[in-house]
Design a protein around this ligand. Structure first.
Ligand SMILES: *Cc1c(COP(=O)(O)O)cnc(C)c1O
Length: 221
């Protein structure tokens, strides 16, 4: 089932759009099946879960961090991940930069925008995104590669369109500034319920979990 689900999604996605398989709460075996179905990027919300999965699966896929990164997990995260999609503060970015310097690694990152200005969500609010990106652009060991946003997860997908469009607008604006060290290449938006709308609004990374693996037993974030 997992294999067929992912193959169907991959056939449907435009060639310019990359699929991140959102794997939180899934077993290594389930992730394995997604890889057999064609997945090349696995998204993890928790460093510990990712460590376990990476131990079983290894580096034949790319690993993206898509959860909220706590500062005490930065050391491990730098070793594990190929991209951090959820940088939302200068503090976190500076911690990443320091550890990357120690590890002699350049880390591609996306800046997470709280496009809905939802209090319970992480991310920098839209009007502060430019200031944050400018500040982070001087860090040598992280490389800003674009933006990520969640948007509303459930309900009518059309309710997410405005948030995605607003994030795309910020993305285009930042690209136009041509900041040194900043490359606006990836716009990661859209999940199971909203990815078609997200693509229409300019996403070139979508993060899909439930449509591949089935609903999670609990609706945990
Ligand atoms: C869980 C999750 C997804 C995928 O959500 P689904 O609705 O299961 O497709 C995408 N992005 C993030 C950050 C997530 O935590």
């Amino acid at each position: 089932m997992i294999r067929e689900n992912i193959q169907r999604i991959l056939r449907e996605l435009p060639g310019s759009v990359e699929l991140v398989v959102a794997a939180k709460g899934r077993t290594a075996q389930e992730i394995q099946q997604a890889i057999e179905g064609g997945a090349t990027i696995i998204g993890e919300n928790y460093v510990q879960e990712a460590e376990r999965a990476l131990g079983r699966i290894g580096n034949r896929v790319k690993w993206h961090f898509i959860g909220h990164l706590q500062k005490n997990k930065v050391n491990k995260a730098v070793k594990i991940f190929d991209m951090i999609e959820t940088v939302d503060s200068a503090d976190l970015a500076e911690a990443l930069d320091r550890v990357c310097a120690q590890e002699n690694k350049i880390m591609p990152v996306l800046v997470e925008v709280n496009s809905g200005r939802e209090e319970q969500k992480f991310g920098v609010i839209p009007e502060e995104t430019e200031t944050l990106v400018k500040r982070l652009s001087s860090l040598k060991k992280i490389k800003i590669k674009g933006l990520m946003t969640m948007g509303p997860r459930f309900g009518d997908p059309e309710a997410a369109r405005g948030y995605f469009a607003a994030t795309k607008k910020i993305f285009d604006h930042l690209a136009g500034l041509r900041l040194p060290g900043v490359e606006m290449q990836f716009l990661s938006m859209g999940m199971t319920n909203t990815y078609q709308v997200a693509i229409e609004e300019g996403a070139n990374i979508v993060r899909i979990g439930s449509k591949i693996f089935g609903e999670r037993p609990s609706k945990s974030k």
